[in-house]
Write a protein that binds this ligand. Structure first.
Ligand SMILES: CC(C)(COP(=O)(O)OP(=O)(O)OC[C@H]1O[C@@H](n2cnc3c(N)ncnc32)[C@H](O)[C@@H]1OP(=O)(O)O)[C@@H](O)C(=O)NCCC(=O)NCCS
Length: 302
């Protein structure tokens, strides 16, 4: 319960708050691996609400905002410690994040059942569903090779940001700079001139691999990219690091409109494990050529 002798303060969280953020996440049932937290913190601004009293200072609420230029922003990792819920703290941290965004921007988020009423009361409405797909890497048969996808190179960053801007409608440069540092795998499909036409990344979660985004010209290209990552995870990429090789699962979050791609994933052995609503402020349709976005970066980054 909120104690009248406690003081509450908002702060931008930094590197030194990483462990507190991970602990708060554990308390609401989320498990953030170090690499994932590094991405969540580097790609935008994470706000925390601390309670202080009796010589202790405790992080009791948090939320992150990812502004992608003037037109688009994503809201994520909204969480309040269980004993402080239903006291307006969730609403307060979300409002703090929204204050950083251009009032005309499309603000999107992926809602949990607990979060949905909070966002609805702030004016967010459901605009689509996102489907989570997971694959057990142990079930992948050896043998098939993608000859189309190759590793991303350092000098591909600008092309990746530009392709993403077309698909997402936002300038997500900070997110890609962070992914560049943190992701273990980045693959691309190129045209005859060597220009990147599609790409994806994968990074290490606590108990699974996190793949995303998948940006591509076609369903076929998107499926090639997924196949290339699955092969690398299953076989060659970590041959020198046995603790990372084989086993485990890989997951990705696919927008509802990508029905044909979802069928391709099922053909590769992926199973749908969850559906969550995507909400946007005022129910505005999301910008960009979303037919080229086959998977989101992450539930928080959109
Ligand atoms: C979602 C969460 C952040 C809400 O935080 P909170 O501090 O409890 O939210 P608020 O007190 O600001 O709630 C605002 C309003 O939302 C509604 N609401 C909040 N939690 C609700 C619930 N569990 N069921 C129904 N309505 C709820 C109510 O209208 C509430 O106002 P009221 O309690 O005065 O009627 C918190 O429950 C949480 O951390 N959940 C686990 C993580 C999570 O799912 N985060 C959301 C990610 S999208």
């Amino acid at each position: 319960m909120i104690d009248s002798r406690q003081e509450f303060t908002f702060a931008k969280l930094g590197e030194h708050d990483r462990a507190d953020l991970q602990q708060l996440a554990e308390r609401v049932g989320w498990h953030f691996a170090d690499e994932q937290v590094a991405l969540l913190m580097a790609a935008g601004t994470v706000y925390g609400l601390h309670a202080a009293g009796a010589g202790r200072r405790e992080l009791i609420g948090a939320s992150a905002i990812y502004p992608y230029g003037r037109n688009l922003a994503s809201l994520g990792i909204v969480m309040v410690s269980p004993e402080h819920q239903r006291q307006g703290i969730g609403t307060a941290v979300v409002r703090r994040c929204l204050a950083d965004v251009d009032p005309q921007a499309h603000v999107m988020l992926i809602a949990t059942p607990q979060g949905r009423p909070v966002y609805e009361s702030l004016g967010f409405r459901i605009v689509e569903q996102v489907h989570r797909y997971e694959l057990d890497l142990a079930s992948v048969a050896d043998g098939r090779r993608s000859h189309v996808a190759t590793a991303l190179r350092q000098d591909d960053l600008a092309a990746v940001v530009a392709l993403d801007e077309t698909a997402s409608g936002g300038r997500r440069e900070a997110a890609y700079q962070a992914l560049w540092q943190i992701a273990r795998i980045g693959v691309a499909v190129r045209d005859d001139g060597g220009h990147v036409r599609g790409f994806t990344f994968a990074l290490r979660g606590t108990d699974r691999w996190l793949m995303g985004p998948v940006i591509a010209d076609s369903v076929h290209m998107a499926a090639e990219l997924v196949q290339a990552v699955v092969e690398r995870l299953h076989t060659e990429a970590f041959a020198c690091k046995p603790e990372l090789t084989g086993g485990g699962t890989v997951r990705l979050d696919v927008p509802g409109q990508q029905a044909e791609f979802q069928a391709s994933l099922q053909g590769l052995g992926f199973q749908e494990t969850r559906q969550s609503p995507v909400m946007s402020f005022g129910g505005k349709t999301l910008p960009g050529h979303r037919d080229r976005m086959f998977a989101m970066i992450d539930p928080a980054l959109g």
